[in-house]
Design a binder for this molecule. Structure first.
Ligand SMILES: [Zn+2]
Length: 209
């Protein structure tokens, strides 16, 4: 299986354990496995009906968030990831707020989130337009009935609405891609340009366009 902390594959090296009450086994057991790569524990508990639940880590890592994403944005995203296994509704509400904050920051303002997403999809400035793959993914938002059926404005930003777990998960994936589009790629491009301009300046030439 894959380690949910670092996403590296590891061989199952589970150690079993039992929960006792007054020196008698309760029927509840646990299994722990340490990841050889990151050394962190995965802990699974099993009840007397054989139902299993992973209690550590609470959620699967989606990989690190770029340092270029401002903390007020990444906080909502991280929390949305963490609560996903417990409450897809809460996760989706946080993910939507995060999405709305990004769109507000970049000037896609509208009365509700669905219209803001429309504005993003219809962006005509080639410098700002979404790459094709991401454009198609975001366009699929329209296919999630709940997403557009429940307009989200300032008053209802954290409104909890019915969502499927997959929809909540999908929101998080979109966010991860938007982080790249809005924060990471432009920041890296700016760094490269600055480095180039420094070289040009050293050679006595004007900065690049
Ligand atoms: Zn690991």
């Amino acid at each position: 299986m894959r380690c949910s902390h670092c996403l590296v594959n590891f061989h199952d090296n589970w150690l079993p354990g039992t929960f006792y009450r007054r020196n008698q086994p309760t029927g509840w057991t646990y299994h722990t496995a340490a990841c050889p790569a990151c050394e962190r524990l995965t802990i699974v508990i099993e009840n007397d009906d054989g139902e299993q639940r992973i209690v550590e880590p609470i959620s699967t890592s989606r990989g690190p968030i770029s340092n270029f994403v401002p903390s007020e944005i990444s906080i909502d995203y991280t929390e949305a990831c963490n609560v996903l296994p417990i409450s897809p509704k809460a996760s989706a509400a946080l993910a939507r707020r995060c999405l709305q904050n990004i769109l507000n920051t970049f000037g896609y303002k509208a009365k509700d989130l669905a219209k803001q997403v429309d504005a993003l999809i219809n962006e005509t400035d080639p410098k700002k337009a979404l790459p094709i793959g991401l454009h198609e993914t975001i366009d699929a938002i329209r296919n999630f009935g709940n997403f557009s059926a429940h307009p989200i404005d300032e008053k209802t930003t954290l409104q909890v609405i019915d969502v499927e777990a997959e929809e909540a998960e999908w929101c998080l994936e979109i966010l991860k891609e938007l982080f790249e589009h809005f924060y990471e790629r432009p920041a890296i491009a700016a760094q490269k340009k600055a480095a180039l301009d420094a070289k040009l300046a050293a050679a006595g030439k004007p900065p690049s366009k």
